[in-house]
Design a protein around this ligand. Structure first.
Ligand code: SF4
Length: 377
């Protein structure tokens, strides 16, 4: 089987020591970054480890196609014990970080232990630097990315960042990469935050060669991605919402209903109206990412994706697309999973008979990220 090449780098943020191990047998036996990360995390994390404790590990791993120019390959997995479920969880993110990650020469990077102080980790093919960053306590994702760029000249395509939500231990905190892409599900941002790690940045010039790729097949798939007429290219994943609404599968008013009369205000048409350029992940010609902008308010974000539109839109009965853009942007800045956060907010709106109150939605996101008042329940 074609597989990624390179050792596992283990980074202990407690002792600030690193070790390397050959994991060729794992790379050869498990498919892609998710398979490799799951096997390594399963074998290396003690069965009864606390997801918030030093024994939990987060394993970042990629598959072999990082060396190709093929579409759909700009992906990376992060695997560890979930603070939300206590189970082993693998979360996959797009964006641009998978290539700089593999430029380090490592097939997998494990972060373990717990630091006494807030640190950033810069992982390169020349080693790991542990940087105390007390000044970044409670910094948003964009503030942290600005810091990394000014200190290291590495832009957000190189970074994986914990926002205030992860530092505060919110169980559905995300790790944000490339500014707006997320290792979103299951709270791995809280697991990294519990280690007192604010960010990882990857860089290098040692991307391993991978033998055996079929160049003709790579070209075919890339061309097909480029020429596809999929509606996702126009409206992103929100393009599935019309179908979901028509067949009664669009969660609405905190799952009390399954279709939303106001979908036209927040669905595909709204994305198309507000998008201002195309977005993508590394080398992907399909390019389903759609940065959006509201000229009047100045709000810019990416998408939102279907699940974000659902959780902060139909499920909260918010029919204001710009308000959903703002919810998405707040989650990206604070480092929150939009699905779990949106549905938690929708549950609160249902309990308080406040469906449709977009201002309250934004207040609740802030409270959740900082674990204040009802945001800490
Ligand atoms: S641009 Fe879309 S299709 Fe391409 S890798 Fe990213 S998420 Fe996947």
């Amino acid at each position: 089987m074609i597989h990624a090449e390179g050792p596992l780098l283990s980074v202990d943020v407690d002792s600030q020591e690193t070790t390397e191990a050959e994991v060729d047998d794992v790379l050869a036996s498990y498919v892609g970054g998710r398979g490799v990360g799951t096997k390594l995390a399963h074998d290396r994390i003690p069965f009864d480890a606390d997801p918030f404790g030093p024994d939990n590990s987060l394993v970042f791993a990629v598959g072999p196609l990082q060396t190709s120019m093929m579409s759909y390959t700009g992906r990376i997995s992060c695997t560890g014990l979930s603070p939300l479920t206590d189970g082993l969880l693998s979360s996959n993110a797009g964006g641009f970080i998978s290539r700089p990650f593999y430029d380090t020469g490592y097939a997998a990077v494990e972060v373990t232990g717990e630091s006494d102080e807030l640190v950033g980790l810069v992982v390169t093919d020349e080693g790991v630097s542990f940087e105390p960053v007390p000044e970044l306590e409670s910094a948003t994702v964009s503030e942290t990315n600005e810091y990394i760029e000014s200190e290291h000249g590495l832009d957000e395509s190189h970074t994986a960042v914990v926002g205030p939500a992860g530092e505060n231990g919110v169980r559905f905190a995300a790790i944000i990469t490339s500014g707006s892409r997320a290792f979103g599900r299951g709270g791995l941002g809280a697991a990294l935050g519990a280690k007192n790690v604010k960010y990882l940045a990857f860089d290098g010039d040692s991307r391993p060669d991978v033998e055996g790729l079929d160049d003709e097949l790579v070209r075919e798939i890339h061309t097909e991605a480029s020429e596809s007429g999929s509606p996702m290219k126009d409206a992103g994943t929100v393009s599935v919402s019309d179908y979901a609404n028509a067949v009664g599968a669009l969660p609405t008013r905190y799952f009390e209903e399954l279709s939303y009369d106001e979908l036209d205000e927040i669905g595909s048409a709204a994305v198309i109206e507000h998008k201002y350029k195309k977005g993508t992940c590394s080398s992907c010609a399909f390019a389903c990412k759609l940065p959006t902008r509201d000229e009047e308010s100045g709000i810019e974000t990416e998408g939102p994706e279907y699940e974000t539109m659902m959780s902060f839109g139909s499920n909260a009965a918010v029919d204001d697309f710009v308000a959903i853009m703002k919810s998405n942007e707040l989650c990206d800045e604070y480092g929150l999973d939009t699905i779990s956060c949106g549905d938690a907010v929708a549950a609160y709106l249902a309990a308080e008979d406040e469906f449709g109150n977009a201002e309250l939605v934004h207040e609740l996101i802030e409270k959740i990220a900082h674990r204040e008042g009802v945001g800490d329940t």
